[in-house]
Design a protein around this ligand. Structure first.
Ligand code: AP5
Length: 220
């Protein structure tokens, strides 16, 4: 099964996609994480995208589409995938529909106030990428990852000016995809306002239903 996890910056896409990946054995592919790993490692890709990401803008469609196309051709995604952070423009959505069409788009709906609250307290593990929040998902030992002991850091694009730019970019370039996917009949809206465990409980049930529907459909 192929899922797109869609929503505003800070909606909880990474958090929920990570839980769904573990629960359903689907490969989690995050374009933001691919870019951040490249920046961490100082690769040519990382150097190319650093400035635009840190300012809260979008990497070019051409580069991002090429990267996702290559990633979805790898053997580890053959049993299904969860795309997190892609597509976020109409050209990206059209490209995905042409080379690897999605089954469902999970649209995590949250208010602007929640977005700001969540992004202002977020930290991430430098080594494994696990996501934390100072209030909502604190690590057991402040500053260090529960899973691997790695150092936690605040993303450069979580600074106030960059967050504002990311929200504008989302409204202008990414939110039109809601209509795009409504028209394709693949949009599944999920209320993402509640705490993470409550959102996950609803989402897990929805995905189980979609997977069961698919199994029943294919055995008819
Ligand atoms: P990306 O990493 O995709 O950033 P984003 O879309 O802005 O999303 P975030 O990672 O900020 O938030 P999220 O929805 O995953 O929320 P999270 O789970 O972390 O992309 C970064 C940049 O890369 C882009 O700005 C762009 O420059 C570039 N890029 C990436 N893809 C691209 C593309 N396709 N085209 C062009 N450029 C691209 O949760 C947020 C916080 O809230 C965490 O602290 C978490 O612990 C907490 N939290 C989560 N859920 C809950 C809950 N239910 N209750 C309370 N707290 C919660």
């Amino acid at each position: 099964m192929k899922f797109v996890f869609f929503g505003a910056p800070g909606a909880g896409k990474g958090t929920m996609a990570s839980r769904a990946s573990t629960a359903f054995g689907l490969q989690h592919v995050s374009t933001g994480e691919i870019f951040r790993a490249a920046m961490r490692d100082g690769t040519p890709l990382g150097l190319r995208v650093k400035e635009v990401i840190e300012s809260g803008g979008l990497v070019s469609d051409e580069l991002t589409i090429g990267l996702v196309r290559e990633r979805l051709a790898m053997p580890d995604v053959s049993k299904g995938w969860l795309l997190d952070g892609f597509p976020r423009t109409i050209p990206q959505a059209e490209a995905l529909a042409s080379f690897c069409p999605e089954d469902y788009v999970i649209d995590l709906e949250v208010s602007d106030e929640k977005v700001v609250e969540r992004l202002s307290g977020r930290s991430m593990c430098r080594s494994c990428g696990r996501i934390y929040h100072t209030t909502f998902m604190p690590p057991a030992k402040p500053g260090f990852c529960d899973d691997c002991g790695g150092e936690l850091y605040t993303r450069d694009d979580d600074k106030e000016t960059a967050v504002r730019h990311r929200l504008e970019t989302y409204r202008e370039q990414t939110s039109p995809l809601v209509q795009f996917y409504e028209q394709r009949g693949t949009l599944v809206p999920i209320n993402g306002e509640a705490d993470a465990d409550s959102v996950w409980a609803v989402l897990k049930g929805v995905i189980e239903g979609l997977l069961a529907g698919r199994r029943n459909g294919s055995s008819d």
